[in-house]
Design a protein around this ligand. Structure first.
Ligand SMILES: [Mg+2]
Length: 281
């Protein structure tokens, strides 16, 4: 298959009524704003073109993410941010998890999401109904992982039900130019590996994944921009672009982040409609 065509920022703003954007690898990295991101968002404001930032980050509240972007000169109001963490609220509602005991791995904003969803917070070494992996940071890593694993084993051993949820299914995040870090999805994969080892006949012991490429985060973003004549600009084929294809909007791969695809071997469900090298030529 040939490479997708490349587009310019001018074409994108002319073609689409609304724009969904990833944050990390598109607007910012851990090292700071990406070149042209602030100007692009400013242009969307000037054109009154609705946009929404969809981020798998579940370690920060939308208001925290918005403030962080604003501090880097990128003018994104809190109501234009949908985080995977905010999807915990409908998830808890849908699965009847309100009032259940929850161990939460992550910083205070992750805990805030679970409280807002109606969970009762307990430590990782306690007996818990629900394990939420909010983030890979904000806790004593190996001690907490070990404690949660021991609690899980004890619970499954005695035949009790457990609900496992990871809002952010990402395995890797861009930590700077040429630098990467493990993300929350990798922690879920660690637990799943350890559970499969002890309970090989329990394929149901898996985490529910809420963020991109799953549908709810896109549907919430599309609801907020008020149009489906939209594109999703992202840097990762497996999340941003796969999810855009699933919900039937155009995926645009930007070249400033994780994915540097070999188009000859990229499967159809991961192919963007077009590529954008960067916000600045
Ligand atoms: Mg990204």
């Amino acid at each position: 298959m040939p490479a997708p065509r490349s587009v310019t920022v001018d074409e994108l703003v002319a073609r689409y009524e609304g724009i969904l954007l990833d944050a990390y690898g598109v607007l910012v990295t851990e090292a700071g704003p990406l070149p042209g991101a602030a100007q692009f968002v400013e242009r969307l404001h000037t054109l009154r073109k609705p946009f929404c930032v969809l981020t798998n980050d579940a370690a920060k509240l939308p208001s925290t993410t918005a403030r962080r972007l604003q501090a880097m000169g990128i003018d994104v109001p809190a109501e234009r941010v949908v985080t995977s963490g905010s999807l915990l609220i409908p998830h808890f509602e849908h699965h009847g998890l309100k009032g259940r005991t929850c161990a939460v791995l992550g910083p205070p904003d992750s805990v805030h999401y679970v409280l807002e969803a109606g969970g009762r917070i307990v430590p990782a070494h306690a007996d818990f109904d629900v394990l939420v992996i909010g983030d890979e940071s904000g806790f004593e890593f190996i001690e907490t992982m070990d404690a949660a694993l021991s609690s899980l084993y004890a619970r499954v051993d005695r035949g009790a039900a457990v609900h496992l949820v990871v809002p952010n299914p990402d395995l890797v995040y861009p930590a700077g130019i040429g630098a990467f870090g493990f993300a929350a999805g990798t922690l879920a994969a660690m637990f799943e590996g350890a559970l499969a080892l002890r309970y090989p006949d329990r394929p149901d012991l898996r985490f529910v994944r809420l963020g991109k490429p799953h549908g709810p985060i896109y549907e919430e973003g599309l609801r907020r921009i008020g149009t489906r004549a939209a594109c999703m600009i992202g840097d990762t084929l497996e999340t941003d672009i796969r999810g855009a294809n699933r919900v039937g909007i155009d995926g645009i791969l930007i070249g400033t982040g994780v994915s540097t695809p070999d188009w000859t071997t990229t499967p159809d469900d991961l192919r963007p409609v077009a590529t954008l090298a960067a916000f600045v030529p």
